[in-house]
Write a protein that binds this ligand. Sequence first.
Ligand code: C5P
Length: 241
Amino acid sequence: MKTPVSAPAELIVALDVPTRTDALQALRQLPASVRFVKVGLELFVAEGPRVLKDVAASNRHCFLDLKFHDIPRTVANAVRTAAQHHVFMLTVHAHGGATMLRAAAEAAAECGTAAPRIVAVTTLTSLNQDDLAQIGVTRPIAAHTLALGQLAIASGCDGLVCSPLEVAFFRRDLGVAPLIVTPGVRPAGAARGDQKRVATPAEAVRAGSSFLVVGRPILDAPDPAAAAESVLQDMRSAQIS
Ligand code: C5P
């Protein structure tokens, strides 16, 4: 059965750790209230699909964030393979273009009840206007990001990944249906690291984010369980206010 996605925003903890041992430790440390975790490039390249089984064994849903960006056939086959590992959501890159995005969405749809949701990365939250200028993108970052998100949804994707600062903008344009996944979330006072376009958990929820992805502020905290609970509390405060 497809993982139900409820209206209240959900927290996804990014398991950005180098080894399976670290991942298992993080899964043990996180409270049961954390129902979703993300496996990204660092861990997947090191350990492969067995970490996806570890996530399932911890009774959590897995978001596979490998940002597929390749020719349509390769991406479609990667989506079909990922579906066999019971990931509930995965990322593709909107820069891959309409044909690739549609191929990913169609490959997922063929997987029936095991179909992963496909969310397209728009503009990485580590990039700002100057970074875009360096790669030849001269339109304003908001317009660029909106165009990529519109392309993803028009091509059949379930949603998109963007900065929390762009969510309200997308909700106005695309309505309530698309899933909006936001990294770049930082509790008040937390280090930004390499993230440039950030907001607090409560701000991301209020803007209309469906899933908040939080990594370092939780896993690098002296007490990851307490840090996760604190993020969840901040999210809840926005849902009832
Ligand atoms: O540690 P931090 O909270 O910055 O982690 C954010 C996570 O979200 C990282 O795993 C990063 O790869 C991912 N991500 C991102 N920006 C995107 C898409 C994914 O930061 N546009």
